[in-house]
Ligand binder design. Structure first.
Ligand SMILES: *Cc1c(COP(=O)(O)O)cnc(C)c1O
Length: 404
């Protein structure tokens, strides 16, 4: 008799968003005319920018004509897009070649798949709280050990708490990891890492022979000067870092699907094996290329008009973030994030647990957010609000919280 992959049995249920949905459904059932405002959404709401739509239309028409039709895309991405992406890195002073860019269908796939090119017994370090994909993909691959329900942690992972005490940037772990997942600007905390601090992580990784898997999905939201846009701004990153990026949060591609991963050619393991060639092989074997139409839409993001339009979109969300951040502060809350990311991480009042505050906010003012404990035990007593709603709803929500 066949056997299912036993690693999957170790996965913990992803109850967070289903529990939220159930609680909201039960509340609306009991309070039929409740006017619920959702500030829990992790999805964009603004439509695609006009330049992107125009490039999409053009590409669709090309597919209708035999002379311009495109079949399989090159596995690793069209040169026009890889060049546009790498050019942006080079303008930022990062030394990245076109062929170090691997185009994909998004940052979730890449951040979940990247672990495949590392040894099965690699030691994994993750932040707590964390974007769950890094954890679950390594559980599936058999790197987790057993789940410890008391600690709410897997035995074999190294957890790096991100707390008020360390300003939500982790300390180096006591035990040396092989793989280190970092995400800045961070989901869920909305906090960033300074250039100096990130440089320390790069130096540390080079010193101990680890790789940093750097998720920069929220790079476009950075507004402060000291915050690095890429790990490749740090000296020595080319021998210890892989960077993952997305078109979802900067350009609204959550339903369109496009992302990329940067793997420098100098990044080699203990035996001198280049990860660049492994990722190329993995990509070429398991992925047949992002669609031509979508890659054209992606290239629109790098055109001057496209740049201007997506910056306006990000500014729209960041206006919401500012409103939430300052509104909550005025109401006496302790808040983090919201300056370089579309997430506000607030401390629950009166020692309430994250879920107690969820229920409180829902029943008192009909606002839905996300309990911080759902992202890991260090998220307990915190709560995430997002800036992805409409301006009007954000204004109304903050008004309600202020009156609460
Ligand atoms: C939204 C998000 C992603 C997912 O990006 P896609 O390109 O849509 O798959 C990746 N990482 C983090 C931290 C995110 O919040």
């Amino acid at each position: 008799m066949f056997k299912a992959n036993p690693n999957y049995q170790r996965l913990q249920g992803s109850y967070l968003f289903s529990t939220i949905a159930k609680k909201v459904a039960a509340y609306t059932e009991a309070n039929k005319d409740a006017d619920i405002i959702r500030l829990g959404i992790g999805d964009v709401t603004q439509p695609l920018a006009p330049q992107i739509i125009s490039e999409l239309h053009k590409a669709v028409d090309e597919m209708a004509d035999a002379s311009t039709f495109q079949g399989y895309a090159p596995d690793l991405g069209y040169e026009f897009l890889r060049n546009a992406i790498a050019e942006e890195y080079r303008q930022r002073g990062c030394n990245i070649a076109d062929d170090e860019i691997f185009v994909s269908d998004g940052a979730k796939s890449d951040s979940g798949n990247i672990q495949e090119i590392f040894a099965a017994d690699s030691k994994v370090a993750i932040c707590d709280p964390v974007y769950p994909v890094y954890v679950d993909s390594n559980v599936m691959a058999g790197r987790s050990g057993n789940w410890n329900p008391d600690l709410q942690r897997y035995e074999n992972f190294i957890y790096m708490p991100c707390t008020e005490e360390n300003n939500f940037t982790p300390e180096f772990p006591k035990e040396n990891p092989d793989l280190i997942y970092l995400c800045y600007p961070n989901n869920p905390t909305g906090m960033t890492i300074s250039k100096d601090k990130l440089q320390e992580w790069v130096d540390y990784a080079n010193r101990i022979g680890a790789v940093i898997l750097y998720d920069a999905a929220y790079e476009a939201y950075i507004s402060e000067p000291d915050v690095p846009h890429s790990i490749f701004e740090c000296e020595g990153a080319r021998t210890c870092a892989i960077e993952i990026r997305s078109f979802s949060k900067n350009a609204g591609f959550t339903g369109v699907r496009l992302g990329f991963t940067v793997v420098p050619k100098e990044l080699k393991d203990a035996d001198g094996i280049a990860l660049h060639s492994l990722w190329a092989r993995r990509h070429g074997t398991k992925y047949n290329g992002a669609p031509y139409i979508i890659q054209r839409a992606g290239a629109a993001v790098y055109m001057p008009e496209g740049q201007k339009q997506i910056r306006e979109q990000v500014a729209y969300y960041m206006k919401n973030a500012e409103l939430i951040r300052t509104g909550l502060q005025d109401a006496g809350y302790t808040v983090y994030g919201g300056k370089n990311a579309p997430y506000i991480w607030l401390k629950t009042p009166d020692q309430m647990t994250s879920w107690e505050f969820f229920d409180h906010l829902l029943s008192e003012v009909n606002i839905v957010g996300t309990p911080g404990s759902g992202f890991g035990p260090s998220g307990e007593h915190f709560f995430r609000l997002t800036a992805f709603g409409s301006y009007e709803n954000t204004v109304r929500a903050i008004d309600r919280i202020k009156k609460m």
